[in-house]
Design a protein around this ligand. Sequence first.
Ligand code: ATP
Length: 234
Amino acid sequence: MIPILEVVDLHAAYGRIEVLRGVDLRVPKGAVVALLGPNGAGKSTLIKVISGQMRPTSGEIHMAGVHVKGAGPDELARLGLTTVPEGRSVFPNLTVAENLRLVSYAGVPAAQVYDTAYTYFPRLHQRQDQLAGTLSGGEQQMLAMARALASDPALLLLDELSMGLAPLIVEELYRTVAQIAESGVSILVVEQFARTALAVSDHAAVMSGGRIVATGEPDEIGRQMADVMLGGAA
Ligand code: ATP
């Protein structure tokens, strides 16, 4: 079967410094793939390139078999790719409901946006009139994910979902990631090292120094990473 995402020999640089040095990665349709790796490995840069925010220097990106290298974020969104960037992107001075309503301006009926958001994240329903800036970090992440889901993506890119969050809330978020995957959405989730991410993944890959250095079953990758990294096991 054609993968939902296939990256072939991708290179990218900031000025003269090459940060992606020949990345190969596949996300099969309907799968959750965890992309792990230490600080500075190039994970966020890979997400930026895949999501059209940064141009690669060479290589190929295919979505559902379509060559998309060079496509901008809007075109990629039309093809079904949505990103939840590192650091959550909510509007702090708007309420939860207003943050969601903004997505509906992109053409999705408001009722569908609210319905999807509140089904996956009932807590957002209780807090619909609260300013997003006053939500907890975990709730802001829920809102960022809810906004991303509103466009009914085929492939969701999640960058550092667990950053700065307590383990219990991370587990709750990943339970929802599993539910989202069950509904048929393919997911690429990027984390430094989170056992919770591996627990909901079908495949895992490890990035280091701008390359994928290992791929395999989540259990096996988890064991390998535990050997090479100290702590950090959310
Ligand atoms: P982290 O887990 O810490 O977010 P990462 O694996 O996501 O790390 P990247 O953020 O992709 O790594 O960074 C890869 C390398 O590129 C790092 O050495 C970083 O310093 C460098 N880098 C990232 N953004 C820029 C930028 N805008 N300009 C110059 N160098 C950058």
